[in-house]
Design a protein around this ligand. Structure first.
Ligand code: PEP
Ligand code: MG
Length: 325
């Protein structure tokens, strides 16, 4: 019984047993926010801010960044927008950065590592984000966090940026929520130690799969081995969701897995209640949410999480998705 997706647009993302699920959208440029309105999402769960920094000859100024973040925040009219600080390096290496590309960029100076190596540039972005937070519900998300000490260094830079703004008298929201991306296996394994310091965590499955399985996410010659339901990947995601949930810290998935309707029930069964995905995927995922009873899927998902046999996991996934409402 296929319901029209357009009818699902305005409906709430609520499971058959009445659990409310938060479906958010991923965007890359401020103008993408137009695709969020009418997508069925209740906000932006991942704004990949590095796209503001790519394809240009100079670093955008604090003012330019501030206006871009403010535009998105205002356009969402109080709905949340999670803005990830620039995740450059790896495959995204703009000329103005003046850094030569590394032999193994995915293991090089990327994400938060690059930001901590360029603190002036980092704090410019943090000040722009803080200033924009006076105009909407902005959350800040740090990419590629690898350890608690790295997280603490990023938070110290944020405190420093707050201090700088106070000195010049610029307003910003005092209660801005701050989160860490969990996209390196080390971070997933020690996520419990982060919970005291963050308001939320967000699982980046694209990189988490790449780093867990040692599969370059951009290399076609190994793409057949890139497996979101590899038992090791499921263990890391499961551990992260369980640990954060027990610690009362909201957890989302913002990688491609969140927008794959074939994996929606699996993630729901793992305890996920917040998903962020390409705006075009929201309706299909919402439809699965609305057709799912959490009690019915729980036993199948726990069998999937206990198994280390990929064939068995694949069979169980089919069973899971064939369950009636
Ligand atoms: C991820 O790694 O899953 C993620 C959401 O970030 P990106 O795809 O931008 O690396
Ligand atoms: Mg990533």
């Amino acid at each position: 019984k296929k319901r029209k997706l357009s009818k699902v647009r305005k409906a709430h993302a609520t499971t058959q047993d009445g659990t409310v699920i938060e479906l958010l959208a991923n965007i890359e440029l401020p103008s993408d926010v137009n695709d969020v309105h009418g997508s069925g999402a209740v906000g932006v769960g991942l704004f990949r801010s590095e796209f503001l920094f790519l394809g240009r000859d100079t670093l955008p100024s604090e003012e330019e960044q501030y206006l871009a973040y403010r535009e998105v925040a205002e356009s969402l009219k109080g709905a949340p927008v999670t803005i990830r600080t620039m995740d450059l390096g790896a495959d995204k290496n703009p000329k103005w950065l003046g850094r030569s590309s590394a032999d193994n960029p995915a293991l090089g100076l990327t994400g938060i590592r690059l930001c901590l190596a360029e603190p002036l540039m980092f704090r410019e972005q943090l000040r722009a984000l803080l200033r924009a937070s006076a105009h909407g519900k902005i959350r800040i998300l740090f990419p590629m966090i690898n350890s608690l000490s790295e997280l603490k260094q990023a938070l110290a830079q944020l405190d420093y940026a707050r201090q700088e703004l106070r000195e010049v008298g610029f307003p910003f929201a005092e209660e801005i929520e701050v989160g860490a991306m969990i996209e390196i296996p080390s971070a997933a394994l020690v996520v419990g130690s982060f919970l005291k310091y963050v308001d939320f965590v967000s699982i980046g499955t694209n990189d988490l799969i790449q780093y867990t399985l040692a599969i370059d996410r951009n290399d076609d010659s190994v793409s057949h081995l890139y497996d979101p339901i590899h038992p090791a990947v499921l263990k890391l995601i499961g551990h992260t969701i369980k640990t954060a949930t027990r610690g009362n810290v909201p957890v989302s998935v913002c990688g491609e897995m969140a927008g794959d309707a074939r994996l929606t029930r699996l993630l729901l069964g793992m305890g996920l209640r917040r998903f962020s995905m390409h705006p075009a995927s929201v309706l299909a995922v919402k439809q699965v949410v609305r057709e799912t009873h959490l009690d019915t899927i729980a036993p199948i998902v726990s069998r999937m999480l206990r198994s280390e046999d990929p064939d068995k996991i694949a069979d169980l996934l089919q069973q899971l998705n064939a369950q009636p409402d």
